[in-house]
Design a protein around this ligand. Sequence first.
Ligand code: NAD
Length: 438
Amino acid sequence: MRIAMIGTGYVGLVSGACFADFGHRVCCVDKDEAKIEGLNAGRMPIWEPGLEALVKSNVERGRLTFTTDLAAAVEGAEAVFIAVGTPARRGDGHADLTYVFDAVREVAKVIKPGTVVVTKSTVPVGTGDEIERILREEGVADVSVASNPEFLREGAAIADFKHPDRIVVGAEDNHAQEVLKEIYRPLFLNRAPILITGRRTAELTKYAANAFLAVKISFINEIADLCEAVDADVQDVARGIGLDNRIGAKFLHAGPGYGGSCFPKDTLALLKTADKAGVDQRIVRTTVSVNDDRKEGMVERVERALGGSVSGKRVAVLGLAFKPNTDDMREAPSIPLVTGLVARGASVSAFDPVAREQAEKIFSGIEFADDAYAAADGADALVIVTEWDEFRALDLERIASSLRGKALVDLRNVYDRDEAEDAGLRYYGIGRGRIEAS
Ligand code: NAD
């Protein structure tokens, strides 16, 4: 199959490289010239495990190419995937579909009859209908429009793409269904479930999935707050409920609140869809505000650990990316934490194994350290914000001796209180018994 992938970001690049690896001929398009120039020179625009090798091997086999020339990529393609960003629109939280519709208008100029246009971007219900309308308006006939939302996770994107829990295809005609089944045939043969639905259903399924996961995270975060008030341990509560198959153990890790490029914007967009449809979604609405409050509230946890104020104190922050194994800083919990600490008079030294370059675009007036120990040197408190593997096996005695104050604020519950206290640290986890001020 010949595929054009429009948008070469986290989703477009990973999907394009994986489709090429399945044996298809994929041309990835982006309007960001620097990104395409870099890719053509073998430089990855994002940090994602395994991506560089996958891209390299498929480029060498001649199955994967990169261009800024959309017309050239779409010409001759049997399927045109749209994987551009759909960020929250400033001010109202609606999904901003400008990039999607701009791409569709460009595609309309060159697309041939029989081609299938597939939205891989996360788009609100009815976007496929609107794409059809735009194509008609531009004089395009005999083109199918399908929805194929993507469920990969950054940090494990290639494995997720190649071993998905399911593939969702929303298609209104047989031709689109057949083309998508053919594209995913290698996974089909691996028995990955392919769910064929109506287009609107597929569009909504993606939002429902992300909203449900956001609810699950917020649920355990509130249980963690309760644990702190009643002297219980949320890690054990999570295990106790997660072993129940009806509940499942995943997404039950209490922490600083969810961030990233998807959950925050997708929950807001779902609420906008619900508003428009006149159907309130109270659970999701509450989840959004619980999570916003939680992220804002993390700075107070550090204050509590430092006796009520961070003014004039030095705080070491470990992990800035919104989760491990990515350099993505979008909506990261580190952002309100670090800016809040600085606003309240703390000085911050931060370390992240890969997100420094992205973080430097966001934070000013903080120091970036070269490793965890350098960040901790002379600080009053060490705060673990992102649970990178390399933060799971720190030499806590070394940390304790480099810290001036001895507070370990573990927002990811990476350590046990006992091991931290044995190393000479005061331990502040999330939901792990009663919190006492220093
Ligand atoms: P991204 O910002 O990393 O990449 C989008 C790319 O599209 C950018 O490189 C941009 O330059 C390019 N682009 C925009 N308009 C273009 C045009 N007209 N022509 C060519 N290129 C254009 O975004 P992302 O994180 O890959 O997300 C893409 C979509 O996938 C979003 O809808 C997102 O919600 C969804 N999604 C993301 C993830 C994830 O983990 N990042 C997971 C599942 C779904």
